[in-house]
Write a protein that binds this ligand. Structure first.
Ligand code: COA
Ligand code: AMP
Length: 630
């Protein structure tokens, strides 16, 4: 069957399609029905089933004779460590950890925050929660204590599992002080913390609150898998929205199992036993779906890579890992390839390795520019698939489903909608537009299994953010086009979200932080085009009347403030002081126009602009930062 047939088959009988896919999952109680309409455009999948994620990701492979197969390969060029964990070892380790968590009171439905770097223990912590039916929320290590505190207050975890430190090239990330700082800042306090001590930095434990990862497992009864309802939340993953308050995306258990399992063969073209590598981080959705759950549910070998595309030690690291561990499908972000290409444009490192194991490469997280795709195709001589998705959807909305059929690629397009997604381009009034016309990208409801059913403790926000603008559709927040062959192209975000090195960030959140500087009266943050990271945040500060401190001091403080409040991942390094911000007559800051000026692009003078002369002042300020040269 080709793509068209599969897609049309889904469209003709969506519930039948997913019930068929559900057969690949081990159920404690099989679903009798696929879709549950909860009214008011809210839907759930497989709600009547009983199932456990950890059983499907780990135990069942042991039961089915794959116990000796490697489940996880840990490869850390930063610590010069390589380690393999088989499925049977993983089962034992996870069962013990789950048993220890249970002995301390963690039960089904309790939340557990996981704050860990790229080490196998991060996956073990996630799976131990899944084993108990506890709801994990993994927080990315590049966030500051304040961001962790916000998540603690929202998720109200019973426990926090953290590592003593993370390792960035040339820098130890002191997780434990960050964790202590976050708990001090948060109103909610966890009952206890579990600390995985890394030899690179052993943290001081707080008596009575903190337990050592190994010590607290001593002598405990291993825990069995707890069957949960199909609509039981598997996890909460916070992602950037318009404001400083992140959105807690929820994933339901059964839908995630069915959908991710379906993608492993049909999209990523791997069979049980094949090695699959997503070079991302467990703190992002790619890490949830394709470092941890997807490949393990599919019985693959997954790679936990603690390193960077360049500098650990060189631009050949990706190729070394692929060749050494026999990776069949490789997933990374375009930024990573741009970083490699910049250091090794001719692919001298590629030539050093035998990459005959590699079948295909996948890119996501940000727009994949044609130059990068062509470079990767030329170097690797395998299909390079750009695919488009979001934290909210948990798996690809549009892709080239190589496991079904390799469709012709069109550069700049992540190809076609996957089964489950009826992608529609709408105008401002919510009417579908003709082919090749730019509009808001929306998805006809219901969304497929494995996508977000709602936001954690924020149903109204869920409706407001995604459902209300276009009744009957999910609003993706992306703008783009669909051509006459059904290929979609993603052009821009329709909100204040920017994408820096494949990391999703909120300019609104950065503005909230900058506004808290005592000398700043008003500010704006925009995302300017960057040849490596795709976009970079840039801040414009208007100072309080009478402030006569040196501007460079205030700029330096603002950069420091964002690092302290949001974290290094914001990559906020560019800011300038201006007298005024360009606004409409009703007071809305013209951020999109500022972006166009910074990127030296043509723009139409907004009809509603209050004072066009301010744009010249902005241009001068941007030129001072090396932008707006055109
Ligand atoms: N923990 C702590 N800090 C982290 C971190 C983590 N897990 N990840 C990144 N940071 C820090 C970096 O050290 C850097 O700090 P610095 O300002 O002190 O240098 C900062 O956050 C910005 O990081 P980043 O934007 O990633 O830039 P970089 O200069 O460190 O690396 C690349 C550049 C291109 C190598 C890197 O961005 C990269 O690998 N990108 C791929 C993106 C990716 O895989 N995204 C996942 C989405 S699918
Ligand atoms: P995140 O939730 O961090 O995965 O970010 C999702 C956003 O990243 C999307 O809404 C898009 O704006 C952008 N994005 C992800 N993948 C792609 C892609 N393949 N092409 C263009 N933009 C993408």
């Amino acid at each position: 069957m080709g793509y068209q047939e599969v897609y049309e088959g889904w469209k003709a009988d969506p519930e039948g399609f997913w019930m068929e896919a559900a057969k690949a999952i081990d159920w404690d109680e099989a679903p009798q029905k696929a879709l549950f309409d909860r009214g008011d455009n809210m839907y759930e999948w497989f709600a009547d089933a009983k199932v456990n994620t950890c059983w499907n990701a780990v135990d069942r492979h042991v039961e089915n004779g794959r116990g000796e197969q490697t489940a996880i390969i840990y490869d850390s060029p930063i610590t010069h460590t390589k380690r393999e964990i088989s499925y049977v070892e993983l089962r034992n380790r996870v069962a013990n950890l789950a048993g220890a968590l249970r002995a301390k009171g963690v039960e089904k439905g309790d939340r557990v925050i996981i704050y860990m770097p790229m080490i196998p223990e991060a996956l073990e912590a996630m799976l131990a929660c899944a084993r108990l039916g506890a709801v994990h929320s993994v927080v990315f290590g590049g966030f500051a204590a304040n961001e962790l505190a916000v998540r603690i207050d929202d998720a109200k975890p019973k426990a926090i599992i953290a590592a003593s430190c993370g390792l960035e090239p040339g820098r130890v990330v002191h997780y434990k002080p960050l964790l202590d700082g976050a708990i001090e800042l948060s109103e909610h306090k966890p009952d206890f913390c579990v600390i995985f001590q890394r030899e690179q930095e052993v943290a001081e434990l707080i008596e009575g609150r903190d337990f050592n990862w190994h010590g607290f497992q001593y002598g405990v009864e291993p825990a069995d898998c707890v069957p949960v309802e199909g609509n039981h939340p598997a996890y909460i993953l916070y992602t950037s929205g318009t404001t400083g308050q992140p959105k807690g995306v929820i994933r339901h258990t059964a839908g995630q199992l069915v959908a991710l399992n379906w993608t492993m063969k049909n999209l990523y073209n791997v069979e049980p036993g094949d090695v699959f590598w997503a070079a991302s981080d467990v703190g992002w959705v790619v890490g949830h779906s394709y470092i941890c759950y997807g490949p393990l549910i599919g019985g693959n070998t997954t790679i936990v890579f603690e390193g960077k595309p360049v500098g650990t030690p060189d631009a050949g690291t990706f190729w070394r890992v692929i060749s050494e561990h026999k990776v069949k499908s490789f997933f990374t972000a375009p930024t990573a390839f741009r970083a490699v290409k910049r250091e090794d444009p001719k692919g001298e490192f590629v030539k050093k390795y035998d990459l005959s194991c590699l079948g295909q490469v996948y890119l996501a997280g940000e727009r994949a520019d044609p130059d990068t795709i062509v470079w990767a195709q030329d170097q690797l001589k395998v299909p390079v698939v750009d695919h488009w998705w979001q934290t909210e959807t948990g798996w690809a909305i549009a892709a080239n489903p190589i496991g079904i059929e390799e469709l012709p690629t069109k550069l700049g397009s992540p190809t076609v909608p996957m089964p489950g997604y009826e992608v529609t381009i709408l105008d401002d009034e919510g009417h579908p537009v003709p082919a090749n016309t730019l509009g808001a990208i929306a998805i006809k409801l219901p969304l497929p299994p494995g996508t977000l059913p709602t936001l954690w403790n924020a149903e109204e926000r869920f409706k407001k953010s995604y459902l209300n603008t276009f009744p009957g559709y999910y609003e993706t927040g992306d703008a783009g086009i669909m051509d006459e062959d059904g290929y979609v192209s993603i052009m821009a975000r329709t909100d204040d979200v920017i994408n820096v090195a494949g990391h999703r960030l909120s300019t609104g959140a950065m503005e909230e932080v900058l506004a808290s500087h005592p000398d700043v009266a008003e500010c704006a943050v925009i995302g300017v085009t960057d040849s490596l990271k795709g976009q970079m945040p840039m801040g414009f500060l208007c100072l309080n009347a009478g402030t006569n401190r040196p501007h460079e001091d205030i700029v330096k403080e603002s950069v420091k403030l964002i690092r302290e409040k949001i974290g290094p991942v914001a990559a906020f390094k560019l800011a300038c002081v201006v007298d005024r911000l360009p606004k409409t007559r009703s007071g809305k800051i013209l951020r999109a126009t500022m972006v166009k000026i910074a990127d030296s692009e043509e723009f139409k003078m907004p009809a509603t602009i209050d004072d066009p002369a301010i744009l010249d002042e902005i241009k001068v300020a941007l030129q001072g930062l090396g932008y707006a040269k055109g």
